[in-house]
Design a protein around this ligand. Structure first.
Ligand code: CUA
Length: 336
């Protein structure tokens, strides 16, 4: 084998690895840490990686020593020492230290919240968000009143510890914003608590991390971290009814029964089965993190729901004419 081949292989490996490394820095990456808990987890990861690299070097060193440097037979005493120290004592010490480091991190991460309380319910296949609730989201369709309802987007104030109350009406989901904190399950019949403590501003991606059905992989959301003042302004804006404009799409929305499942506060639409659409036009995504909110995408989502997001609960309105769907989409898109 010429010495060129391994060099070429190394270059190929590097070329493959570099884009993967670049992908580590996106809005959905644990390496792009933007939260107290994610930061601790990342530190633990680097400690474990450094430890694993060191142990790997030691093991490879011993292998090279016994095969290349001193390939002959070794005494029984050396063998026993290797097993006792390398096989028993060393792993116990390493795992003990790791356990200690992990346990000492936990009290800080599980500390009390000092910010708002937000109920988040995992639905099939989207996220119901309710700001400012005092109760629990045990059964999503009976979320306590008083909060401000939204969907698939979560605003958080930077530097505050916000408590998320997680529930689900039917199947288990897992709420995960990799850049901010570890994942926590949303389980029917109980309320799990998670504290999110974002450390810097930005928009981060969240996902459902537990297989929950056909559209599991399309059950995303956005977390928007803003200043405390912007957070208060945002919640005040969310609490307002829709800026309803006079548009033929409104009558079509009601006439085709969309209001049976969706609420648009400020109109007669008060359905609670699907996402609240009061401020759909101001959201970053449509279909739970799936598409940008544009009139074209809304129209397509209404008529081809089964193609755009297979497995979703909403029926596809194939029977709706393109013009009618476009009118509804234009109205919904204008709800900021
Ligand atoms: Cu919800 Cu997976």
């Amino acid at each position: 084998m010429t010495p060129r081949l391994p060099r070429r292989r190394a270059a190929c490996l590097l070329a493959t690895a570099l884009p993967s490394l670049a992908a580590c820095n996106g809005p959905q990456s644990t390496f792009n840490s933007a939260g107290a808990e994610a930061g601790s987890v990342l530190t633990l990861f680097w400690v474990m990686l450094a430890g694993a690299a060191l142990i790997w070097l030691i093991v490879v060193g011993i292998s090279v020593y016994v095969t290349k440097v001193r390939p002959g037979a070794h005494s029984d005493r050396t063998g026993v020492h290797l097993i006792v120290w390398g096989g028993c004592v060393f792993p116990v010490v390493v795992l003990g230290v790791l356990l200690y480091v992990g346990l000492t991190m936990m009290p800080g991460l599980r500390g009390a919240a000092d910010g708002a309380k937000i109920a988040v319910s995992g639905e099939r296949f989207w996220w119901r968000v309710n700001y400012g609730v005092e109760g629990t989201p045990g059964v999503a369709k009976s979320l306590p009143g008083g909060g401000v309802e939204s969907a698939n987007e979560l605003y958080l104030p930077v530097g505050k510890r916000t408590e998320i109350l997680l529930g689900s009406p039917d199947v288990i989901h897992s709420f995960w914003v990799p850049a901010i904190a570890g994942k926590t399950d949303a389980i029917p019949g109980r309320v799990n608590r998670l504290v999110l403590a974002p450390t810097r501003l930005g928009v981060f991606n969240g996902v459902c991390a537990e297989f929950c059905g056909d559209a599991h992989a399309q059950m995303g959301f956005r977390v928007v971290v803003v200043s405390e003042a912007d957070y208060a302004a945002r919640i005040a804006a969310e609490a307002e009814p829709a800026a309803v404009i006079d548009h033929p799409g409104r009558a079509l929305f009601m006439g085709n029964g969309c209001n049976a499942c969706h609420a648009v506060r400020g109109t007669e639409a008060a359905g609670r089965v699907g996402p609240d659409l009061t401020h759909l036009g101001s959201r970053k995504t449509l279909g739970a993190g799936l598409l940008p909110v544009t009139a074209e995408n809304i129209s397509r989502f209404i008529r081809e729901t089964d193609h755009t997001k297979p497995g979703v609960e909403m029926p596809a309105f194939h029977t709706l004419s393109e013009a009618d769907a476009a009118a509804i989409a234009a109205w919904l898109g204008a709800l900021t």
